[in-house]
Design a protein around this ligand. Structure first.
Ligand SMILES: Nc1ncnc2c1ncn2[C@@H]1O[C@H](COP(=O)(O)OP(=O)(O)O)[C@@H](O)[C@H]1O
Ligand SMILES: [Mg+2]
Length: 364
């Protein structure tokens, strides 16, 4: 079957979104502002995005009847998470345009193919090696060196599926801790800073990158993002060039995020890609209140065939803080802070490590 071609969407069109988390919710809010309707597809009955859309389907990603109905009711399909099963994306793309193209999912769902793709573009990453057994882990540790990080190739997020390998670490125990799944071993990067670039590429191939964001993780979970990042103009230019190169290489349509490490290198710095997210990203949440166009609106514009916005930061500095777990209970205090924009995702159950909301402050 020939995949239907993406086209310019009229004002009353319906955007189908796979995944009903906070990213889907914020995408739907941005879509509504541009006059679009959203249909959210997610198996989780507690999906935060269900609260604010025209329609939702609460079905599994392999419920082909439900997916067929969904495809019939939408004009384009996009996703807010990268673990959409390949067969689901293939099924939908035979019926409606799926943007970004599902081949991007295949590459980015697997840390090994992702890193191989990036290095194939001549872009640096931490040294890495594939690991499928304890014997391979021993060889990889010798090749990559210690300290290192052992990561499952698939389904990792917020530091899940990662084990640190230090000088005295027992490799057999580390291999067991990953569940003996296909992994990669990466050299530990002694970074000065972590940064990210959110890039958007339109149907016409034009790319717009947002200003480089500096990110601070606590317990492997993003805690604070700030712009401007405290980096040199050379690092900023290089990071944005890398994101644009990746978006172009994928013939991407929509928003993607590239996470990078900044490492001291002689008199200057080297920039290494850590990972790619084929979707809107937590480190871009500051753009809702702190930029002339948000990452969410930019994604909707791209997949609808509309012109991209030219991102311009508001204020001298913007900071976004995630409300994680019980921190969300403090939201009333945040509401008293002058200039603080409080975003709550409507999740009923507070769990440790769960992203419950965020607060953005734009400093004039
Ligand atoms: N090779 C590495 N060297 C140093 N720190 C790392 C490395 N890999 C991951 N980290 C730290 O762990 C965080 C989460 O890892 P990441 O690979 O981005 O996985 P995910 O975000 O999918 O959980 C990174 O943002 C970084 O702080
Ligand atoms: Mg990450």
């Amino acid at each position: 079957m020939i995949a239907p071609k993406p086209k310019l969407l009229g004002p009353d069109s319906t955007i189908g979104i796979l995944g009903g988390g906070q990213l889907g919710r914020m995408l739907a809010l941005a879509a509504a502002r541009l006059g679009f309707k959203c249909h959210i597809y997610c198996p989780d009955p507690e999906s935060p995005a269900f609260d604010i859309c025209r329609r939702f389907s609460e079905h599994d990603y392999t419920d082909w009847h439900a997916l067929d109905r969904f495809a019939n009711e939408v004009d384009v399909v996009t996703y807010e998470f990268e673990n959409v099963p390949a067969e689901t994306a293939a099924f939908l793309s035979a019926r409606k345009p799926v943007l970004p193209d599902p081949q991007v999912l295949a590459t980015t769902q697997d840390r090994l193919s992702e890193k191989s793709f990036v290095t194939g573009l001549g872009i640096a990453t931490a040294p890495f090696a594939a690991v499928h057994s304890l014997v391979e882990l021993e060889a990889a540790a010798a090749a990559v060196g210690r300290p290192a990080v052992l990561k499952t190739r698939r389904f990792g997020y917020d530091g899940k599926g990662q084990v640190s390998i230090r000088d005295g670490s027992d490799l057999a125990a580390a291999w067991r801790d990953t569940g003996e799944q296909p992994c990669i071993l990466e050299a530990f990067v002694p970074f000065e800073r972590e940064i990210s670039v959110i890039a958007a590429r339109g149907l016409d191939g034009k790319v717009e990158t947002f200003e480089v964001t500096e990110n601070e993780h606590h317990d492997h979970i993003l805690k604070i993002s700030q712009v401007p990042a405290r980096i040199t103009p050379a690092v900023a230019t290089e990071a944005r060039r890398i994101a644009e190169t990746i978006a172009t290489a994928f013939s991407y349509v929509g928003v993607l995020a590239v996470e990078l490490f900044v490492v001291p290198d002689g008199a200057g710095h080297a920039v290494l890609v850590n990972e790619i997210a084929p979707r809107v990203h937590n480190s871009g949440h500051w753009t809702i209140d702190g930029c002339s166009v948000s990452q969410f609106e930019q994604h909707i514009r791209a997949i609808a065939g509309l012109p991209l916005g030219r991102p311009a930061r508001r204020g001298r500095r913007v900071e976004m803080v995630n409300l994680i777990g019980a921190e969300a209970e403090d939201y009333r205090d945040w509401l008293r802070v002058p200039g603080a924009a409080v975003h709550l995702y409507g999740k009923s159950a507070i769990r440790p490590g769960r992203k419950m909301g965020h607060v953005t402050r734009v400093e004039e």
